[in-house]
Structure formats: structure tokens, C-alpha cells
Design a protein around this ligand. Structure first.
Ligand code: A3P
Length: 286
């Protein structure tokens, strides 16, 4: 098995390093509780950011978990191998993250009242972030040139498949008031307001003062220096911080520094075609 091997699951590619047949079976049989909160994202849309924010919104701003527990154990991925190992230590209410499309959520999720915060990010910035992530990780395929990686992204030959399929699956889910859609861009623009939205959605009723404190702790700058969240504890043979940092730029619109006009036209036409007639409203133009 090469270090960059993948598992295929319902047609989606998942990295072997953190997923196994057992972890996926565990996720399928996972017993979701009514009080569980899931942050769901397509990769590179703000997952680790949510692993920082959610515990604080749920515990009233107590910084202990973000300073003492690594992000992947603090708010584990539903589909990854760590979940089974840490599930008994999770604080209540439990916070989890997932990159699953809606149809892959376990049966117990559908019968529960568990809530979901779905974070969307402009797919052009997702692509750029993912490109650098593939460069710094040894367990993912070398991305090749930006053009080559764009092709893979557009045709879903990347982690968790096509961006459009992910968005469509969650936008069509009939979850009513169990789901909050928020964008990475809103969070960058006004983090306190985004935290307030999440706090209201989860019934946390955080005070203005606590919201400000949470926003400061979850700022790009603070997270970048938190070894429990910046992946610096991952051995260099898996993630090489010299090639790129996990908390890389944390900005909106970096795609403008990477796309040429042909790539932009190509990217836009493929995505628009896939979303055509699907009645999916997006907060940005593609
Ligand atoms: P960039 O590579 O564009 O910097 P994920 O956690 O889903 O893999 O997403 C990673 C992206 O979220 C990276 O984007 C990372 O820098 C960004 N990110 C993480 N925490 C952030 C924060 N506090 N503020 C802004 N962006 C953040």
C-alpha cells in the first residue's frame, strides 16, 4: 500500500490513513443522540475552524478543550478511525464533524433531532486550499499542476467527490430547523455575528462578552499558534509544514491569485451545468 492510498466508499475517495472499513462500519452503526451537533463541510471549507468554535459555543466559552485536546479528538470526524477511540470521552452535548454527503449519514441521524451546521465555501477557494493541502500531505496524491488538479476536482476524483454533489445533497435535505447554513465568507467577514447565529441556533444564548472572547480565540491568528489546532503535532512525514501550512492564508478570494481566464471559464461552466435547474441558491456567483 503506498502512503497516498485511498479507500473507495459509495463511489467517494477517502484517505486510508484516517479511514478504514471498520471506521466506516462504525459510522454506519453510530448511535446519534438528539443533542448531538454536527458541523458538516466539503473538505477545505472550514472544518477545523468549526472544531474550534463548536466546543466553545456549546460549553459557554470555557477554553479548556481547545487548549488541552487536539482538534481531531476534541470534535472527531464521524467517519474516521479516531471516533471509536474517543467517543466515551466526548463532552456533552457531543460535537462532531463530517465530510459525508447527506445520504451517507447513519440511519440513527435521520430519526434523531441532532442538529447540523453546514459550512459552505466558495469552491474556487476550496480548490486552491485543497491544492496546497495535497502538496503538504504525504498521504494524499501529488496534485500535479494546478490545471491537472482542477480537472480532478471538477470531475470528482478528489476526496469526498464532487463539490456540487456535496452541496446538492445537503441543500436538498429536508431538515427544517435542524440545519443552519453558513458560509466561510460570512465567518471571515464577521466572526462574532456568525458565532451569535450559531449560538442562537444551538440555544446556547451566549452573552455579547462571551461571543467576543470566542471570536478572539477562534481567530486565524490565535488558531495558528494553538498547537492543539494547527496540526503541528502531526509528524512531518505526514504533513510537511515547510511545503504549506494547514492554516495557510485564511482569506476570501485567494483563487484570484491562481486562476487564469481560461481556467475560470472552464470551472464556472462545469459547475453551472451541474447546478442548472437544480434550484440551488448560492451566496456567491460562480
Ligand atoms: P486556506 O488553505 O485557504 O488558508 P478545512 O479545515 O475544512 O480543511 O479548511 C481549511 C481551510 O480553513 C484553510 O484555508 C484554513 O486556513 C482555513 N481556516 C481554518 N481556520 C480558520 C480561521 N480561524 N479563519 C480563517 N480561515 C481558517
Amino acid at each position: 500500500m503506498s502512503s497516498s492510498s485511498y479507500i473507495e466508499y459509495h463511489g467517494l475517495l477517502l484517505p486510508h490513513i484516517s479511514h478504514s472499513a471498520e471506521s466506516l462500519e462504525y459510522a454506519e452503526n453510530f448511535s446519534v443522540e438528539d443533542t448531538d451537533v454536527f458541523a458538516v463541510t466539503y473538505p477545505k471549507s472550514g472544518t477545523v475552524w468549526m472544531q474550534e468554535i463548536l466546543p466553545l459555543v456549546l460549553n459557554g466559552g470555557d477554553l479548556t478543550p481547545i487548549n488541552t485536546i487536539v482538534n481531531w479528538d476534541r470534535v472527531p470526524w464521524l467517519e474516521e478511525t479516531r471516533l471509536e477511540k474517543v467517543v466515551d470521552q466526548l463532552a456533552s452535548p457531543r460535537a462532531l464533524v463530517s465530510h459525508f454527503t447527506y445520504n451517507l449519514m447513519p440511519p440513527s441521524f435521520h430519526t434523531s433531532k441532532a442538529k447540523v451546521i453546514y459550512v459552505m465555501r466558495n469552491p474556487k477557494d476550496v480548490l486552491v486550499s485543497s491544492y496546497y493541502f495535497h502538496q503538504m500531505t504525504s498521504f494524499l496524491e501529488d496534485p500535479g499542476t494546478f490545471d491537472e488538479f482542477m480537472e480532478k476536482f471538477l470531475y470528482g476524483r478528489v476526496l469526498f467527490g464532487k463539490w456540487t454533489d456535496h452541496i446538492k445533497s445537503w441543500k436538498r435535505a429536508k431538515l427544517g430547523d435542524r440545519i443552519l447554513f453558513i458560509t466561510y465568507e460570512e465567518m471571515v467577514q464577521d466572526l462574532p455575528a456568525s458565532i451569535k447565529l450559531m449560538s442562537d441556533f444551538l440555544g446556547s444564548n451566549l452573552s455579547e462578552e462571551v461571543i467576543q472572547k470566542v471570536a478572539e480565540q477562534c481567530s486565524f491568528k490565535t488558531m495558528k499558534s494553538n498547537c492543539m489546532s494547527n496540526f503541528s503535532l502531526v509528524p512531518k512525514k505526514y504533513m510537511d509544514n515547510k511545503k504549506s501550512l494547514f492554516l495557510r492564508k485564511g482569506i476570501v478570494g485567494d483563487w484570484k491569485n491562481h486562476f487564469n481566464s481560461e481556467q475560470l471559464a472552464w470551472f464556472t461552466s462545469v459547475l453551472l451545468k451541474e447546478l442548472e435547474g437544480k434550484n440551488i441558491s448560492l451566496p456567491w456567483s460562480l
